[in-house]
Write a protein that binds this ligand. Structure first.
Ligand code: PRP
Ligand code: HPA
Length: 177
């Protein structure tokens, strides 16, 4: 019968030239539309965490598509979920990190009381491209003195070498293109 990974793979679409010419955009929306595929994603992440990082304290999700998968996983594991948001969206005291995009700059932030020093965190997003976004989120976690156990994504775009940018942190991905 079909494996969980095959089920997930069948629910990723590719759109040529989106959002710009030359980019082949991997779209995870069909996963969310199919309860069995979304369950399979959550199962696979949960199996990875239970096997490799049973000591995890918090799942930290990235704006915006990390918010789709992170809370489901956190609830399965019985741990909390914390949001890393694009700048200007979170109330109260926050900590921020700026980073470079292909063109221009971006900034992400987390609430100051979101993560306590020494807490063991796993970061989650839908997709790893250049790694700039997850790198900035890791810098945020370092500012918070969190203990980074690793990063998790549904999809890794291998040719962009995001894995190298994130070293020494490990990246677990369900699918690689
Ligand atoms: C996409 C994707 C990741 C990031 C990956 O988000 O969901 O968060 O880019 O790229 P990188 O590895 O090169 O940093 P996007 O910036 O499109 O924002 P969104 O989640 O708000 O749509
Ligand atoms: N799909 C979704 N998000 C992305 C992609 C992609 O191919 N590349 C960079 N962010």
């Amino acid at each position: 019968s079909e494996s969980k990974l095959q089920l997930v793979h069948r629910h990723v679409r590719a759109f040529p030239d989106f959002p710009k010419k030359g980019i082949l955009f991997r779209d995870i929306c069909p996963i969310l539309k199919d309860p069995a595929a979304l369950t399979a994603v959550t199962d696979l992440f949960e199996e990875h965490v239970r096997k490799n990082h049973p000591q995890v304290d918090l799942i930290v999700g990235l704006d915006a598509r990390g918010f789709l998968f992170g809370p489901l996983l956190a609830q399965r594991l019985g741990v909390g979920f914390v949001l890393v948001r694009k700048i200007g969206k979170l109330p109260g005291s926050t900590v921020s990190v700026a980073y470079d995009l292909e063109y221009g700059k971006a900034e992400v932030e987390v609430q100051e009381d979101g993560v306590a020093p020494g807490q063991k965190v796993l970061l989650i997003d839908d997709l790893l491209a250049t790694g700039g976004t997850l790198y900035a989120a890791c810098e945020l976690m370092k500012k918070q003195k969190a203990d980074i156990l690793g990063c998790m994504v549904v999809i890794e775009l291998k040719e962009l070498n995001g894995i190298d940018k994130l070293k020494p942190h490990q990246v677990f991905s369900l699918l690689q293109y």
